[in-house]
Design a protein around this ligand. Structure first.
Ligand SMILES: Cc1ncc(C[n+]2csc(CCOP(=O)(O)OP(=O)(O)O)c2C)c(N)n1
Ligand code: SF4
Ligand SMILES: [Mg+2]
Length: 200
């Protein structure tokens, strides 16, 4: 059998590796088998995550992960539903879906791979790029203040909204397990390395 690593398309040192290993371990430790779960992703480097995790999967449109995942949960409530996407995907084009998913509070785990840039399209500024950061679209430094997605989720009535760091692997895995077991909507905003474009 071919390893999932055979076709991996991420750069060496990418934080995405750690996040999907934490997800895989969380599923394993909770005893949630591949036929009992679905990972829905968007478009971006992060969007490839759904291809690399065994089980049902869908790589959907940029910004539309949450509506797709919502439809899956409504029609197949017995499945454990996880939505994964990037900061550009989830916090810009998908922002409206994010707020209303918090309000609807349907049971799913929403993990944002937050590398603070649009990585697949080679490093443009995103809604979480820090002030002053130099990117392809902010060559003299970002002048638009980033927002705090965890605080925004709480304002939209999300009862499980936390930040995690992919480098703190054990904590991240435990947070994912807690989020999966939370019977409503949960957000985990995961800080991750992007050695190719995040140089701040
Ligand atoms: C509707 C639409 N708009 C724009 C794009 C181009 N596009 C593909 S990936 C991407 C950025 C992804 O950034 P992010 O969501 O942060 O994911 P990352 O690659 O950083 O993991 C964009 C703008 C697209 N595929 N579809
Ligand atoms: S561009 Fe960045 S986020 Fe994308 S695979 Fe490479 S290191 Fe990872
Ligand atoms: Mg990104």
């Amino acid at each position: 059998m071919r390893s999932w690593l055979t076709n991996i398309q991420w750069c060496p040192g990418c934080g995405d590796f750690l996040i999907i290993m934490a997800i895989k371990n969380a599923f394993k430790e909770l005893g949630i088998e591949s036929h009992q779960r679905v990972v829905v992703s968007g478009v971006g480097c992060s969007g490839k995550a759904s291809q690399y995790i065994d089980g049902y999967a869908a790589e959907t449109l940029h910004g539309r992960t949450l509506p797709f995942a919502t439809g899956v949960k409504i029609t197949k409530p017995e499945l454990t539903v996880m939505a994964v996407w990037g900061d550009g995907d989830g916090y810009w084009i998908g922002m409206g879906h994010f707020i209303h998913a918090c309000r609807r509070d349907i049971d799913m785990t929403y993990i944002v791979f937050n590398n603070e840039n649009y990585a697949l399209t080679t490093g443009q500024a995103s809604p979480t790029t820090p002030l002053g950061a130099k990117t392809k679209t902010t060559p003299t430094g970002n002048t638009i203040a980033p927002f705090d997605p965890v605080e925004l989720a709480k304002q939209a009535w999300c009862r499980f909204a936390v930040r995690a760091d992919s480098l703190k692997f054990a904590e991240l895995k435990q947070t994912i397990k807690d989020a999966i077991q939370h019977p409503w909507f949960s957000l985990i905003d995961v800080t991750q390395a992007c050695p190719s474009f995040k140089r701040w």
